[in-house]
Design a protein around this ligand. Structure first.
Ligand SMILES: Nc1nc2c(ncn2[C@@H]2O[C@H](COP(=O)(O)OP(=O)(O)OP(=O)(O)O)[C@@H](O)[C@H]2O)c(=O)[nH]1
Ligand SMILES: [Mg+2]
Length: 387
């Protein structure tokens, strides 16, 4: 399927976005019904037979605070919607950030607004359009100003591909002096050339966005199940065979697998069973428990210790599973890589977990933490590097 690109036009109010869009679309301009529910009164989407991209016009960021918020929210809503399946053709592929050539400053605030509105598209190529660029001698100076304003920008420094001064409609100074339209064709050509890169960037950005959301969700599942583990661990019977934790862990691994869609076929089932097996009755878990209990001078009540160990095993298994599922989700591994997955779980539960548990115990001994705080601590320790 050939994707028709989308160009998002943003910038402060009155800089000339709509005028620019009219010039680019020419006579064949048509507002499309294409869009995302709830944004159509804030965003207008245009296309023309001659252009391989749609243009999304936004209301300006300024002057009123309310309008600004609405503009940013509309773009964000549109963007979040683009990450859904079947909405690939609504992804933003190129951004035109409009600044006015007649004003001498590019306020850092405008760049900040730009970055807030387009936070979902951190790698999409960006063109800064200097609108109302009537004064030819000022153009070079204006370009320099834009480049230097973006040079200090961590995020957009990389994305800025071109700075193009334009005059979108004839500007008349007096009977003899006027500025004729200029730069429009260049803008179209440059945008065209950036589209393939923009399509790829948008896909990557959507992937990253989706993954981040999945990770947040995964972390909360691990938190909930670690809490259940802490409760189970406090049951005053020996649980060193970790059998009691089984149901909690099975639930955890399955819930995480569902988040990443690693639960669909036979090989996925086998993978999940292997992860659970290694994580529960596996030698690693037992080794961890006896290693901990053998530490002299731990000076912590057995019930609390059991509780913490249980929470940590659940968190460690959750972190390891999360890592495994992300690799599969990213296509770097497959559900058939069972031995690899087992090794991950084993190593995570053995060496790395012991250190982390000791770190957690230290902290718990120093501060008198309640159950919720303990669970929070456990999850944060286990997820500190998994980002
Ligand atoms: N002559 C001339 N006037 C321009 C040009 N660009 C913008 N203008 C004028 O500047 C004013 C604002 O332009 P718009 O295109 O409405 O600005 P906008 O960015 O869409 O503003 P909002 O929709 O409020 O965010 C209008 O009066 C335009 O006619 C240009 O290239 N030439
Ligand atoms: Mg407008």
């Amino acid at each position: 399927m050939k994707i028709m690109g989308n160009v998002l036009v943003i910038g402060n109010s009155g800089v000339g976005k709509s005028t620019l869009i009219n010039a680019v679309l020419g006579d064949n301009r048509a507002e499309t019904g294409f869009g995302v529910k709830g944004t159509t009164n804030k965003l207008s989407i245009y296309e023309s037979k001659e252009l391989p991209f749609r243009i999304i016009d936004t209301i300006g960021f300024e002057p009123s605070w309310l309008k600004e918020r609405q503009a940013i929210r509309a773009v964000k809503k549109w963007s979040a919607d683009s990450s859904k399946k079947g909405k690939e053709d609504t992804q933003i592929n190129v951004i035109w950030f409009c600044v006015e050539g007649t004003s001498s400053k590019l306020f850092p605030k405008s760049i900040k607004d730009l970055s807030r509105a387009t936070s979902m598209w951190p790698t999409v190529p960006l063109i800064v359009v200097i609108t109302k660029s009537y004064s030819v001698p000022d153009r070079e100076e204006n370009k320099k100003m834009v480049y230097s304003a973006f040079a200090s920008q961590k995020r957009y420094g990389k994305n800025l591909r071109e700075v193009i001064p334009v005059v979108a409609a004839t500007y008349t100074l007096n009977e003899q002096a006027f500025a004729a339209p200029e730069g429009i064709q260049e803008l179209i050509t440059v945008t065209n050339d950036l589209l393939p890169e923009g399509v790829k960037a948008a896909q990557d950005d959507v992937h990253a966005f989706t993954l981040k959301r999945k990770q947040t969700f995964a972390q909360s599942i691990v938190g909930t199940t670690a809490a259940a583990g802490v409760v189970v661990g406090a049951i005053p019977i020996p649980f060193s065979d970790a059998a009691l934790l089984g149901p909690v862990e099975v639930g955890e691994v399955n819930a995480l697998a569902r988040i990443y869609g690693v639960n669909k076929n036979e090989s996925a089932k086998e993978l999940l069973n292997s992860i659970i097996e290694v994580g529960t009755v596996g030698a690693a878990a037992k080794t961890l428990i006896s290693a901990l209990k053998a530490i002299p001078g731990l000076n912590i009540g057995v019930a609390l210790l059991n509780s913490i160990i249980a929470g940590c095993i659940v968190a460690a298994l959750g972190e390891a599973s999360n890592y495994i599922f992300i690799q599969i989700y990213n296509g770097e591994k497959s559900a058939e890589d069972i031995d690899w997955a087992k090794r991950i779980v084993e190593s995570r539960l053995a060496n790395q977990t012991l250190e982390k548990v000791i770190q957690i115990l230290d902290k718990i001994k120093k501060e008198n933490l309640n159950k919720d705080a303990i669970v929070k601590l456990i999850v944060s320790v286990f997820f500190q590097k998994a980002s």
